[in-house]
Design a protein around this ligand. Sequence first.
Ligand SMILES: [Zn+2]
Length: 183
Amino acid sequence: MITWQRGLADVHRGIIRLGRTTTYELEASADLLFALLAVHTPHQAIKFIARWGLLHGEGAEAWSGWEADIAYLWEACRLLRQDPAAFCAAINERLPEHQYRPENGHLVASITAGSLLGAAYLALLNLSLSGARLGTCDDCGNHFIVEDPRQRYCNRLCGGNARMQRWLDRHRGTPPLDSGRKS
Ligand SMILES: [Zn+2]
């Protein structure tokens, strides 16, 4: 765990600034990882920062840098599913200071990088070490941990939305739209 700052942020001319803050204990959790992967707009970044804080913690960060960091994180998730060797290379590049240690009979990785982005990569690394499979939701496009190989939605709400959409499509007599919003 590292002590991190979160709070009210605003975006002006492409620069995200963190205003009034509170500190909290940041953990490398899957919640953090999935929340960051779901940030696609500056508005979503502001909501993310209220809960988690800035990626690097410097008080002001460029939205373009966020876009690049999040795109790279998406790529790492794709590599975890499709190319383990390239996934390891991506993790090692982004987490140069991680370390493994035994805990309750398992190997766990710990943060030494000291940033929120590092914690997100660490969460991804821990997911891969635990053998978790990542999927992207066919409805909202968010990432989730696949518990059943047939699972296509991140939660019941998205599954219900997709069912409703299929029902509406059938009753309009039109072919179903491709609802996948994956990249
Ligand atoms: Zn979803």
